[in-house]
Design a protein around this ligand. Structure first.
Ligand code: ATP
Length: 219
């Protein structure tokens, strides 16, 4: 599904932050991405989301080599990917409900066809009472859960999440992990970047460990 071959990444004239990355992400797989702060986890997620281009090597996503893709082809690939950014990126002028429903609206679906789905997911992530709240009135943990719900709502083929349990308590972190596990069970490949060892110990998954710019895979 995803293939990296000898991928390197540098920002501007800086040193290579990722070096010689060769790995695959298979359909229906679950992997944690970990490593010390600054090791390149967010950079790797951005390569997977096609918001960064590799400086060298080959990246292929859903069977398409990503260099030279036209903007509409990039957009089509991104519609198959759900992403939870570290800074949430909720739209300020939309309510929690509208933020979560956005991927479905972008796909051209009518509100009547998804109202129940969105409402149920909001309830599942504990935001049932906050559906009509604007993002600036949500707590950090609530924003995080809204961002997670938005990433999951369209049942993407690939889910990327950057520290998705960073702002929630351990009980809620377990609940969110369960949600990711259910999504995985229904066929989505999941990549969760995290520092949280306790979280990783709760789910038997491949570990991608970044250190010194290189990736080590532990199955
Ligand atoms: N836009 C940028 N311009 C220049 N350097 C960058 C940029 N983004 C990241 N870097 C550098 O790339 C390296 C990897 O950063 P990245 O954010 O990918 O690491 P990370 O593992 O996600 O860190 P953290 O766990 O702290 O979020 C760091 O040395 C960082 O300073």
């Amino acid at each position: 599904m995803i293939r990296f071959e000898n991928v390197g990444l540098r920002y501007g004239m800086g040193p290579e932050v990722l070096r010689d990355l060769t790995f695959s992400i298979e359909p229906h797989s679950f992997q944690f991405l970990t490593g010390p702060s600054g090791a390149g986890k967010t950079s790797l997620l951005r390569l997977l989301f096609l918001s960064l281009k590799p400086t060298r090597g080959l990246v292929s996503v859903f069977g398409r080599e990503v260099t030279g893709l036209a903007p509409d082809e990039v957009a089509a690939i991104r519609r198959r990917i759900g992403i939870v950014f570290q800074d949430f990126r909720l739209l300020d002028h939309l309510t929690t409900y509208e933020n979560v429903a956005l991927p479905l609206r972008v796909m051209g679906r009518e509100e009547a066809s998804y109202r129940i789905e969105v409402t149920e997911l909001l309830r599942w992530v504990g935001l049932g009472e906050r559906a009509s709240a604007l993002p600036q009135t949500l707590s950090g943990g609530e924003k995080q859960r809204a961002a997670i719900a938005r990433a999951l709502i369209a049942r993407p083929d690939l889910l990327l999440a950057d520290e998705p349990t960073g702002n929630v308590d351990p009980t809620l972190a377990r609940r969110l992990l369960k949600l990711f596990a259910e999504l995985h069970k229904s066929g989505t490949s999941v990549v969760i970047a995290t520092h949280d060892l306790a979280l990783m110990d709760q789910f038997d998954a491949t570990r991608f460990v970044l250190a010194g710019g290189r990736l080590h895979v532990y199955d």
